[in-house]
Design a protein around this ligand. Structure first.
Ligand code: C2E
Ligand code: MG
Ligand code: MG
Ligand code: MG
Length: 282
């Protein structure tokens, strides 16, 4: 509206926008200091084997313990981290911390129960020419086996510049690292590309699971994705499992893994450790 009112161009930058810009700048300043001030935390959400019913590992989920604003979720700061390039150092920190913690747990608990640590990587992180080297160094310094590590990427990574990214993925696979496609079903990846990607897990987006009982179509979509994945030789993980009915249905479809509030919300490291020791069965 401001644009059409030529005489009121000042409206293009009103006080709300000023306040927003200022808040963003403040957040950026805070974000720049957050690593050195040790304000980031990794939370862990269990990944459950639906065949065994036990915990198979965890997904690492980033949190920011902001000094004034409390515990922030990725939605509050990840896009800013990407815009500013801070995602590179933050992402490296998350990878290192998650691998370190997983290795520590594997050393003092039954490592058969802890086969998997899954870490989210955004598209931008794949533009780093030294990504492979970085990950190699982290595995080396933490002592974690490469085949324990899974990297989660969204379909946007497959859609974007296929060839270069595919080469990176092939290198990762050669190292023994697994790849999973996050939020599957919400993006636009072509099936042929998907077929050519070295993927080990498809994570069905939470939206399909949560609407599963409301709408028969969603049920069918889940079934189709599961069939597709299994045909490609890829395992299926259902995100956002919240009820025992959903769990029963996913088991019927032979989904290999599940994750969601029905099992557990994301936990801080000591809560996660307590859960490992309790070794629950679903
Ligand atoms: P995601 O990888 O798809 O992670 C799953 C999100 O769903 C998490 O939100 C988790 O807390 C939430 N969730 C899990 N189970 C349930 C459930 O049963 N019901 C509901 N309503 N929600 C559930 P979170 O932790 O806020 O993370 C949001 C997104 O931020 C992640 O989505 C991921 O894309 C991104 N993210 C998280 N950590 C990192 C990171 O270290 N690096 C990067 N680049 N992105 C990250
Ligand atoms: Mg994820
Ligand atoms: Mg997801
Ligand atoms: Mg998601």
């Amino acid at each position: 509206q401001a644009k059409v009112q030529g005489r009121a161009r000042y409206k293009l930058f009103n006080s709300d926008m000023y306040a927003n810009a200022l808040a963003k700048l403040q957040l950026e300043t805070d974000l720049r200091r957050a690593i050195e001030r040790l304000e980031f935390r990794v939370y862990y959400q269990p990944i459950v084997s639906l065949t065994k019913g036990s915990i198979l590992g965890f997904e690492a989920l980033l949190r920011w313990q902001h000094p004034e604003r409390g515990l922030l979720n990725p939605a509050d700061f990840i896009s800013l981290a990407e815009e500013t390039g801070l995602i590179f150092s933050i992402g490296k920190w998350v990878l290192h911390e998650a691998c370190r913690q997983m290795q520590a747990w594997r050393m003092c608990h039954d490592s058969n129960l802890l086969e998997k640590i899954s870490v989210n990587l955004s598209l931008k992180q794949f533009s780093q020419p030294d990504l492979i080297e970085q990950i190699g160094q982290i595995l080396h310094s933490t002592g974690l086996d490469a085949d324990t590590l899974t990297l989660e990427i969204t379909e946007s990574v497959i859609v974007a510049n296929g060839d270069k990214v595919t080469a990176t993925f092939l290198q990762l696979r050669e190292m023994g690292i697994k790849l999973s496609i996050d939020d599957f079903g919400t993006g636009y990846s072509s099936l042929s590309r998907l077929y050519n990607f070295p993927i080990s897990v498809l994570k069905i987006d939470r939206s399909f699971i949560s609407l599963m009982s409301a709408n028969k179509k969603n049920l069918e979509i889940i079934e189709i994705i599961a069939t597709l994945a299994h045909k490609l030789g890829v395992d299926v993980l259902a995100e956002g499992v919240e009820t025992k009915e959903q769990l029963a249905f996913l088991r019927k479809l032979k989904c290999e893994y599940g994750q969601g509030h029905f099992f557990s919300v994301p936990l801080n490291s000591s809560e996660a450790e307590a859960l490992i020791m309790a070794n629950p069965l679903w």
